[in-house]
Design a protein around this ligand. Structure first.
Ligand code: PLP
Length: 418
């Protein structure tokens, strides 16, 4: 209660703006995830690794637009590219252009993929991937996992499986990291078109799939002829993605976020499956979207991947994330804090029994009330962090700032005898 009162006092302008916003937006918000109680802090602008609130506070941005803000806010080269694209080329030409082919070729080679189709978001990428799998297999069901998040209209929390999905009968929900359950659910239905899984469950936050589990999915999917869709919308920025790390060979990989420079993009896949979209074949599955090949996403995405987030930069950056994780784990010994994640995408949990491994979203359900307090107090210390406790680092964040964070976390743990 004391933390909440301090929060309200520090963020009076945001409270006023929120009270206005609720008059026209349900709950004053248009992205449920960004709602925080008692009310959300309103942001005014971002610059590099920082965001600035309407209340006059400066934060180091750890939300990182849920991994999409990888390059940093208004990165000079990306900004220049966007401005030049608008002035010299135009935003959306309504025709095929060299820009999409150039970006696709880069992504195919970077992520070892056969063919790509662009979409407007990760959600759409997954929807199309599922449609493609149904067409390819002639089957109807999709195996997904508790705690999985694949977009605004399909997520699978433990207490309400498939609650926000368009067609609830479409899904078979298995338990993440549970090899026996997964194998049974994929192999016994007889009607499985696809298995859709994240290599690390982002909404967990950051619960990592075991090597054995992910390989079992691949094996079972192959056995029944289902399409193995690996959702790398969040994880592709971690080295070259989960497929590289785990030696997996998914049939279709979906991606998004930073690859379209935070604008729009999605979906990639293997040749024989991607063929269902080839419009030279009269029977092809239609895949459209007015902004799919907009020049902003195509050109800035290409520049971002070829000149900013090069493979060397990706390796170094994720090594920095690993170093931060190691430091956080070190100070978590003997406390209720648990650290999960890969590279620069990190989850912080507070578990009653202080156990240091987290294999499923269900286990996370016993999270301690310290989690809420952690959010309030990290905000006071100047860290913009998601309420669920996930961190997505932004390029250009100084190491000293990450050390300051570790110091603040350590003080928090001591202060509350966690
Ligand atoms: N899949 C995963 C794993 C995600 O984390 C997200 C977004 O957070 C999505 C899909 C949906 O992407 P978008 O928000 O671009 O629709």
């Amino acid at each position: 209660e004391a933390a909440k009162a301090r929060f309200t006092e520090r963020n009076a302008t945001s409270l006023n703006l929120h009270n206005e916003a609720v008059k026209s937006l349900p709950g004053g918000n248009t992205r449920s995830l960004l709602h925080t109680a008692p009310f959300p802090v309103f942001l005014k602008k971002g610059d590099s690794y920082q965001v600035f609130s309407e209340d006059g506070h400066t934060y180091t941005d750890f939300v990182g637009e849920m991994t999409a803000a990888l390059f940093g806010h208004s990165h000079p080269l990306i900004t220049k590219t966007l401005v030049n694209t608008i002035t010299d080329i135009g935003m959306n030409l309504g025709g095929t252009s060299r820009f999409e082919a150039q970006h696709a070729a880069l992504l195919c080679s970077r992520f070892n993929l056969a063919r790509i189709r662009f979409t407007n978001s990760g959600t759409e990428a997954n929807l199309h991937a599922i449609n493609g799998a149904k067409r390819h297999t002639g089957k109807r069901k999709v195996v997904v996992f508790t705690g999985g998040y694949h977009g605004g209209c399909f997520s699978f929390p433990a207490d309400a499986p498939a609650e926000n999905c368009v067609d609830r009968d479409e899904w078979i929900v298995a338990e993440y990291n549970d090899v026996a359950d997964t194998k049974a659910k994929i192999e016994e239905s007889g009607d499985v078109a696809a298995v859709l899984v994240e290599g690390m469950q982002g909404a967990g936050p950051c619960i990592v799939g075991s090597h054995e589990f992910l390989h079992q999915i691949q094996e079972s999917a192959r056995k029944v002829g289902a399409v193995f869709i690996l959702d790398e919308v969040m994880t592709s920025r971690v080295s070259e993605g989960a497929a590289e790390v785990g030696g997996l060979e998914p049939d279709v990989t979906t991606m998004g976020k930073y690859l379209g420079e935070g604008l729009r993009l999605g979906r990639l896949g293997r040749e024989e499956i991607m063929r269902v979209y080839d419009p030279r074949d009269g029977a092809a599955l239609a895949h459209s979207g007015t902004f799919n090949n907009n020049t902003l996403g195509m050109v800035a995405g290409y520049v971002g991947m070829s000149q900013v987030y090069t493979p060397d930069v990706a390796r170094e950056f994720n090594a920095m994330g690993d170093r931060l994780q190691a430091k956080l784990r070190e100070i978590s010994h003997g406390t209720k804090m648990t650290v999960t994640g890969r590279g620069t995408v990190i989850g912080i949990h507070f578990l009653e029994d202080g156990k240091k491994e987290l294999k499923s979203y269900r286990e996370r359900k016993d999270e301690h009330e310290l989690k809420d307090l952690f959010w309030f107090e990290m905000m006071e210390d100047g860290f913009w962090i998601s309420k669920r406790g996930s961190i997505a680092l932004i390029l250009g964040t100084p190491w000293e700032e990450l050390e300051r964070f570790v110091g603040c976390v350590q003080k928090f743990l001591k202060r509350h005898e966690a």
